[in-house]
Design a protein around this ligand. Sequence first.
Ligand code: FE2
Length: 383
Amino acid sequence: MADFLCPAVNFIGKGTVAEVGPRAAMFGTKALIVCDGFLAKLEDGPVAKVKDSLAASGVKFAIYDGVEPNPKDTNVAAGLKIYKAEKCDIIVTVGGGSSHDCGKGIGIAATHDGDLYKDYAGIEMLTNELPPIIAVNTTAGTASEVTRHCVITNTKEKVKFVIVSWRNLPKVSINDPELMVAKPAGLTAATGMDALTHAVECYVTKDANPATDAVAIHAIKLIGKFLRRAVANGADIEAREGMAYGSLLAGMAFNNAGLGYVHAMAHQLGGLLDMPHGIANAVLLPHIERYNLMVNPEKFADIAVALGENINGLGKMEAAEKAIDAIVRLSMDVGIPQHLAELGVKESDIQQMAEMAMRDGNAGTNPRVGKLADIVQLFKNAM
Ligand SMILES: [Fe+2]
């Protein structure tokens, strides 16, 4: 059995940020804009453009601009307070995955009693409809603008938890490459490698199906073609648009086929050490996929070809290994560190992170079934 979920309406292309206002007016009268402090202050930046579009359509708005990277339960609580005090009925998230996940969290908290972590972490635990969410995306990476995933950090227990539900799906996603040109090279690289990780993990996952395979492999092609260009020149609008499509397609794929150990392990690096999500994924990706290689070498050979490798005349495993070579080369070209140790991870952190990774919702769909000792070893390999 397979299901395939994505938002009902997805705008992609230059100038599509202007669709926010008209769409919001179809849903309600007052929007809570959810973003970070940096975007909120940018003159003529994405938030300013969203405000202009809402105003032009006669939609009132309030703003919560306190979203942090790896969004926290405290961010959700602060945003909820404003949502209620201002009597909002729409949520417009502006930014990358942190803003979208925080906005989903606010939507859940506005419509569900109890505690997000204790009562709703897991799969399909939500019982009520969320306020309509319009997700305006400014990074080509997490694809949270098109997914049912909401990842929040529990600040007391220092753990990331995931609320997976079809109710989290934004009603409208907007990917306007002109909103992405100001993103610094380092962030472009990290979020781009997150997108590549989504596409690779879900192409080989246990729940992959022909629909998810079709979009995942094309996402890998686009990211392989455009990520270096987007990092080299942020104003390269064709590269930005290529990455926007790559990220979106990867999101549509993993939203339905799931992920694997890379994300299960990266979430622990984010929760325990606040490591940027894209960096954590990029460092782990070659190690976990080398471990997964023997489950389905044909699919890894597809990945190698999608990333531009020549596999003519190679044996099955040799061709598959080309995928790992290509991933490492791309990661190094865009300037990603290659070792966890240089990012502040200590050997003494590994046991606890490995135990938590085994319990992460993404572990269950990894193609190769590992034991705790395997996860410990994979963390060590990445050190
Ligand atoms: Fe991710």
